[in-house]
Design a protein around this ligand. Structure first.
Ligand SMILES: [Zn+2]
Length: 185
């Protein structure tokens, strides 16, 4: 952390698995450009991500098929429209149990590339670590290397720090470590 993913498959796997409680997170996708393209539905079919969209001005459907391993993609615009269309999408994942959430960066599909270019980065993430009445919220702003630690149910102001690579494999230990941060808040 922060992490760059080697493929969309790896990014989706990260979205699905909650790092706090190991539950499967709910995955959602947003698509753009805003006001031009809307997402109608998406599905993951083996190694393909299929994004069904809708061009709002033209009122025409689109379908982008992205290979999750290679990043190769194809965008089809229905009705014989010229298929030179750029779009972007990003993933949003939320855990139904602990509410921890994650946003990927924007992933661009430029029609002249036919393959996703650029790093697959993390963007924003929120994790909650709780015990009894006390909950710590950890808000990660990866592009700006910023971590905001909030204390819910405990006295203290939010702390803003550079990102710390905490160990989430032992939550009891992490909880105790986070408690020491209250002193500095
Ligand atoms: Zn969770």
């Amino acid at each position: 952390m922060p992490q760059v993913f080697s493929s969309l498959k790896e990014l989706i796997d990260y979205c699905y698995l909650c790092p706090i409680c190991n539950e499967r997170r709910m995955l959602d996708i947003s698509i753009g450009p805003d006001n031009e393209l809307e997402l109608s539905s998406f599905k993951i079919d083996q190694n393909d991500l299929i994004l069904n969209g809708w061009l709002t001005r033209e009122q025409i459907g689109t379908k982008s098929t992205v290979n999750l391993l290679t990043g190769d993609f194809e965008t089809l615009i229905y009705g014989g429209f010229d298929a030179k269309y750029d779009l972007y999408f990003y993933f949003y994942a939320k855990c139904p149990r602990c509410q921890s959430s994650f946003n990927s960066c924007d992933i661009n599909l430029y029609h002249f590339d036919k393959r996703i270019e650029g790093p697959l980065d993390m963007d924003q993430e929120t994790r909650y670590v709780s015990k009894g009445e006390i909950t710590f919220s950890l808000d990660y702003d990866y592009p700006n290397n910023k971590l905001t630690i909030g204390f819910l149910g405990a006295k203290g102001k939010d702390l803003v720090l550079p990102i710390i690579d905490f160990d989430f494999s032992d939550l009891d230990k992490l909880f105790l470590r986070l408690k020491t941060f209250i002193l500095f808040s």
